[in-house]
Design a protein around this ligand. Structure first.
Ligand code: SF4
Length: 308
């Protein structure tokens, strides 16, 4: 199979999702403290032809032929997918042969540009993020490219919601002690009211993140936060509740077999098994949820090892 698709993988937000990788690791305009892909070496806002559109579309077509119908085809990637100059052409190319709903997983930071919003025409669902109630917290949690401001991002999301005909599900990622105070949540709620998304999905760190030792708030506080974010807010269900496909399970067993032999970092698993990093993250999380493996911190590296 080609280099641009992975899965279908079990997604906490989208069920069985066929991922489409539109940018190389790790191309992003943010450097979020909670990023599961590790630190961004250098943030960028330059939109470029990072991958060849026709090859990506052909890869999706072939992958769809060989797998059960996914719930979504998700434009995402090892960074921020809207940095691909013509990501809309990938969506319209897939639309020519598939009626599987098309989603875009994005930080939403570039929607203040009309041409980026216009690329969303062929999509059914856009899933942007908004994690901060003020500029200082935005800088602290998302560590954006210079020139991106919270107000600019919010204005872009308001415009997207007005123009885009599909669904908009806004993710709010809560990190305990960073954006979890009543004051922050109250301000985020003001943005939610302005943007008016169809859903608000509350997330928190459950996987290894760019900065170690981050955690989500205790469960009862997370529920309070969810209530404060309004009637459309929901907490994203744990990954363990998402059923794995037969294909994903096979890969999960391979990950476990490797970890039974030796403790590995995520990169070790990616290299060792030759599967996509995002797919490895899903399997590692499922194995952690099932208590089949455990995480161990050694100096600056996170290792995974078989439990028991
Ligand atoms: S926007 Fe996404 S890919 Fe970029 S740093 Fe944040 S979490 Fe990572």
């Amino acid at each position: 199979m080609g280099d641009y698709t992975y899965g279908p993988v079990p997604s906490r937000r989208l069920g069985r999702s066929l991922g489409v990788d539109l940018v190389p690791l790790k191309t992003c305009n943010f450097n979020c403290i909670y990023c599961q892909l590790g630190p961004t070496p250098q943030t960028t806002v330059e939109r470029r032809d990072y991958v060849p559109v026709e090859a990506v579309v052909e890869d999706v077509r072939r992958r769809l032929e060989g797998c059960p119908r996914p719930d979504y085809i998700t434009l995402a990637g090892s960074g921020e997918p809207t940095l691909l100059s013509h990501f809309g052409e990938v969506a319209s190319g897939i639309r020519r042969f598939s009626d599987v709903p098309l989603a875009l997983l994005t930080n939403g930071a570039l929607f203040f540009r009309p041409e980026v919003r216009a690329e969303c025409d062929a999509l059914d669902l856009v899933l942007p993020s908004l994690d901060a109630g003020d500029e200082e917290t935005f800088q602290r949690i998302n560590r954006p490219h210079p020139g991106l401001t919270l107000e600019k991002v919010a204005e872009g999301l308001v415009a997207l919601r007005e123009e885009f005909e599909g669904q908009v599900w806004l993710e709010v990622f809560i990190v305990d002690g960073v954006n979890s105070s009543d004051q922050q949540i109250g301000r985020i709620r003001s943005f939610v009211d302005r943007i008016d998304p169809h859903r608000v999905q509350v997330n928190n760190p459950v996987r290894p993140t760019a900065e170690a030792f981050l955690s989500g708030p205790p469960s009862d506080r997370l529920h309070e936060i969810c209530a404060m974010l309004g009637p459309r807010a929901e907490i994203i269900a744990p990954a363990a509740t998402v059923e794995l496909t037969a294909d994903a399970t096979a890969h999960k067993e391979e990950v476990l077999a490797l970890l039974l032999r030796r403790p590995c970092t995520l990169e070790d698993i990616v290299t060792g098994l030759g599967i996509h990093r995002n797919e490895v993250i899903k399997h590692v999380q499922a194995l952690l949820d099932a208590d089949a493996i455990r995480r161990r911190q050694r100096l600056y590296e996170t290792y995974y090892e078989a439990a028991g």
